[in-house]
Write a protein that binds this ligand. Structure first.
Ligand code: NDP
Length: 329
């Protein structure tokens, strides 16, 4: 087996977090039950924050970055996982408290692994990655609330990003009318190819607005937060709902209770990191059923680990389109 291998390691440099490609050996890895050979990982907004140091994502150092991974079990001390099993891991504190996926090998806790759905290759699973799986969790939240059976338009904010692109594809797969809110109106053709029936400029949602506005949205998926989410809620029809998972536009929520108490609008919070295993399995089953593979490929770019520093800057600046898969193996 390979004696040393590259990993993106975050370490302390004069009180700041610094990321660098570093050679590790198996002896450096944590003493967890399952050794996985990683073939692919993916780039998420949180990875961008961790690698650029713009967010203190790692809560202990040194830390191997990467909140996603897909690979094959090489060794296991538990019966649930056997050599040759194809696995993925998303969240669970990877890159925060647990060493993550930007590494050729990783030792992981058995309970942090999910079986790779048979219908997906490792590359496809990472094209989905945390962003796509979070989009699926948002769909589940809307489905469980009964929103997806409501007539009307659905809004997806942060539309050209990782969560947004997959959310558009999944909503469109249900035959719903999807409006994409984006700052990149030049991406109209791309967003429509994913299934959006129209686009709006994100500036129309990003300024402070009235507490209640003309009703438009049956519901939607928001990865932007702040005034964008507040305006979306203020424009939601009676009984509608938004699934909110992100803060690309800000972590604040400067709104009012009016849409909630006068229109029974629901704000459904979605966390992917600690989502329990049965819900993860449901989200992956939904992706396996509804995500068009051609659309998945259309929204995916491949990159080597060496490109991570540059890509991290790009995703934090909101310049990454769709999903970026990192080839590890
Ligand atoms: P991306 O960077 O791929 O996409 C974010 C998109 O948001 C951008 O592409 C851009 O879309 C839009 N955006 C960026 N900056 C701004 C801004 N200042 N104002 C308004 N819109 C903006 O990130 P992801 O899709 O991977 O993640 C999106 C968000 O979801 C992040 O905040 C991330 O932390 C969060 N997240 C949360 C998870 C959870 O468990 N709750 C899991 C995964 C992600 P456009 O160019 O189309 O306008």
């Amino acid at each position: 087996m390979t004696t040393t291998f590259p990993a993106m390691v975050i370490s302390d440099e004069n009180g700041s977090h610094r990321a660098a490609l570093t050679q590790l050996s198996l002896a450096d890895l944590p003493d967890n039950d399952v050794l996985v050979e990683i073939s692919h990982s993916s780039l998420n907004y949180k990875d961008g924050l961790a690698i650029t140091g713009k967010g203190r994502i790692a809560r202990r150092l040194p830390m191997v970055a990467g909140i996603d991974l897909a690979g094959v079990v090489v060794e296991s001390r538990v019966p649930d996982w056997q050599p040759g099993d194809r696995v993925i891991a998303n969240g669970w504190g990877l890159s925060e408290t647990e060493w993550g996926g930007f590494s050729r090998f990783q030792r992981l806790k058995a309970q942090h692994l999910t079986r790779l759905p048979a219908g997906f290759s490792a590359l496809e699973a990472m094209a989905i990655g945390t962003a796509g799986y979070t989009a699926a969790l948002c769909l589940l939240a809307l489905e469980d609330h009964g929103t997806l059976s409501q007539p009307g338009e659905f809004l997806v904010t942060g539309a050209a990003g990782g969560v947004g692109t997959v959310a558009i594809s999944l909503l469109a797969a249900r035959g719903l009318s999807v409006i994409a809110s984006t700052g990149r109106t030049s991406e109209e053709t791309f967003l429509k190819s994913l299934g959006a029936s129209g686009i709006i400029d994100r500036n129309t949602l990003s300024a402070p607005g009235k507490m209640l506005q003309a009703e438009r949205w049956a519901g939607g998926v928001d990865s932007v937060g702040s005034h964008t989410l507040v305006n979306a809620l203020a424009q939601t029809v009676y009984g509608g709902a938004f699934a909110a998972c992100g803060l690309a536009g800000g972590a604040d929520l400067p709104g009012s209770v009016m849409p909630h108490i006068l229109r029974s609008v629901a704000l459904l919070g979605v966390d992917s990191v600690l989502s329990p295993q049965p819900r993860r399995n449901r989200a992956w089953a939904l992706l396996e059923r509804d995500l068009n593979r051609n659309k998945l490929i259309a929204l995916t770019t491949l990159a080597p680990m060496a490109d991570l520093p540059k890509l991290a800057e790009e995703i934090v600046a909101g310049r990454i389109r769709g999903r970026t898969v990192i080839e590890i193996g």
